[in-house]
Design a protein around this ligand. Structure first.
Ligand code: VTB
Ligand code: MG
Ligand code: MG
Length: 316
């Protein structure tokens, strides 16, 4: 439960900047709030996924020690804002996310920025395989979820690199639901039963893949990923670091423990969560907190006193 305070704080600080067109100020505010609240959590945490390098954004640094230093030894993965552009532009589905798992259990994403991903929910998890042709996976998912292919929604990041993928999905007879950013939210939507997304496909950030895996551990379903270097130099670095670039990494490879926690708070309104709302005297948030051991997914509505948040959002 205390984990959710961390993403609530980051979302409240970030939400204050929604729509001003300034990603870095929003991200900086979220990072500062997240850092301050993480240190109240009873844990001996090391940030293994701080994100931000790719976007040269403000960040929590890999190797940074977080938590009150008293509790269990854990790996920490954060994305204070997944969807900084969504936040700056007022688009939907920006989230603040935070995941914790036993020390040493999270995959080291530092060698390769991008990962080719496939995410589905529990019904389809045992049938899909990233190595199969797109069309075949789509037909397997449709059968598993009990829908005609024509009703299947596949979430894809809207990027030029996905032109061929999108053509293949449509040629198979399914629909594409584009997202501008935020494939953590997209992956969770694919795994959750109460959304209109059945599957996520395509290339997104490797750190986001590991964070998604922490959530999938609790929701059920699967994420499969393959490292996707952008050039020969990155390919070589990955091989030198001992990675097998043909390997399909599954949820259990990305997070090697059944004891993982995940929390997310909506920044802007989205398919999963409502965004932060500011009133004269209060601020409201909606969050999700999950624990893999028990498979519990909690949705938490919170009302905060606006004056207590003045250090983060000012008096107005
Ligand atoms: C995704 C998305 C992020 O990066 O992982 C994406 O979830 C992939 O990289 O919100 P490109 O933007 O370079 O395609 C983000 O968009 C930003 O971290
Ligand atoms: Mg981010
Ligand atoms: Mg991100």
């Amino acid at each position: 439960m205390e984990l959710v305070r961390v993403t609530e704080a980051a979302a409240i600080a970030a939400g204050h900047w929604v729509g001003y067109g300034d990603k870095n100020t929003a991200d900086g505010a979220a990072v500062d709030a997240m850092r301050a609240f993480m240190d109240t959590v009873r844990m001996n945490g090391v940030v293994v996924i701080g994100e931000g390098e790719k976007d040269e954004a403000p960040m929590l640094f890999n190797g940074e020690h977080v938590g009150d230093g008293e509790g269990p030894e854990v790996d920490v993965a954060v994305d204070p804002i997944d969807g900084t552009r969504l936040t700056a532009m007022g688009y939907p589905n920006a989230l603040s996310v935070f995941a914790v798992a036993e020390r040493g259990s999270m995959f080291d994403p530092s060698a390769v920025f991008y990962m080719d991903k496939l995410v589905v929910g529990p019904e389809a998890a045992d049938f899909v395989d990233l190595r199969l042709p797109i069309k075949q996976n789509i037909h397997l998912v449709a059968k598993a979820v009990g829908k005609p292919v024509s009703q299947l929604n596949v979430c894809v990041l809207d990027r030029p690199r996905h032109e061929k993928l999108v053509a293949e999905i449509r040629a198979a007879g399914a629909r594409v639901k584009f997202i501008m950013d935020g494939d953590v939210a997209g992956g969770i939507a694919a795994a959750r039963h109460d959304t209109d997304v059945d599957m996520l496909l395509g290339i997104g950030g490797t750190p986001e893949g590991i964070i998604t895996a922490c959530a999938i551990k609790a929701i059920g379903g699967v994420i499969q990923g393959r490292l996707a270097p952008v050039d020969d130099a990155e390919r070589q670095r990955a091989i030198d670091a001992g990675h097998d670039l043909d390997a399909v990494l599954t949820t259990d490879d990305l997070v090697k423990t059944d004891n993982a926690y995940f929390a997310a708070t909506g920044i802007t309104d989205g398919d999963l969560l409502r965004g932060v709302r500011y009133y004269n005297d209060r601020v409201t948030t909606q969050s999700m907190v999950m624990r893999s051991k028990s498979g519990t997914v909690r949705v938490i509505e919170a009302e905060h006193q606006a004056r207590k948040w003045e250090p983060w959002i000012g008096p107005d």
